[in-house]
Ligand binder design. Structure first.
Ligand SMILES: [Zn+2]
Ligand SMILES: [Zn+2]
Length: 126
């Protein structure tokens, strides 16, 4: 239905639309301005598109994809991203410099988890 396709089709910053962060199962979305601001900074440095593989997840969807129960995806503080034509390790270095509080390095599946958790820094490999 066309009306539904327009849900969250709202530009929230240059290069980013709200629907890119919405839960794929229910289209609900939470997005913290700090996460958006950091992704915007990253986008400007990279000068190429950031593909948001997973932004907000409702608890049901989070469970389906095997996310941890208290996932920062469920409160709008996290995004899993892919960027084409750049080594994942290079992308990681750039994100370290931007000081995302949480960074997960998923080499095999070729994406980074980035979050703006309010607690101390966390780094892991998936
Ligand atoms: Zn959902
Ligand atoms: Zn993630």
């Amino acid at each position: 239905m066309e009306m539904l396709n327009s849900i969250n089709n709202i530009k929230v910053a240059k290069f980013f639309k709200l629907n890119e962060f919405a839960c794929p199962c229910c289209k609900k979305v939470m997005l913290h301005p700090k996460l958006l601001a950091k992704l915007f900074e990253l986008r400007n440095i990279l000068e190429r598109p950031i593909i948001v593989n997973s932004g907000y997840r409702c608890p049901k969807y989070n469970q389906e994809v095997g996310g941890v129960v208290s996932s920062y995806h469920c409160i709008g503080l996290a995004a899993d991203i892919t960027v084409k034509d750049i080594e994942l390790i290079t992308l990681l270095e750039i994100c370290e410099n931007l000081d995302f509080n949480g960074i997960g390095f998923y080499e095999k599946r070729h994406f980074l988890h980035l979050d703006v958790r309010p607690t101390k820094r966390a780094r892991w490999m998936g």
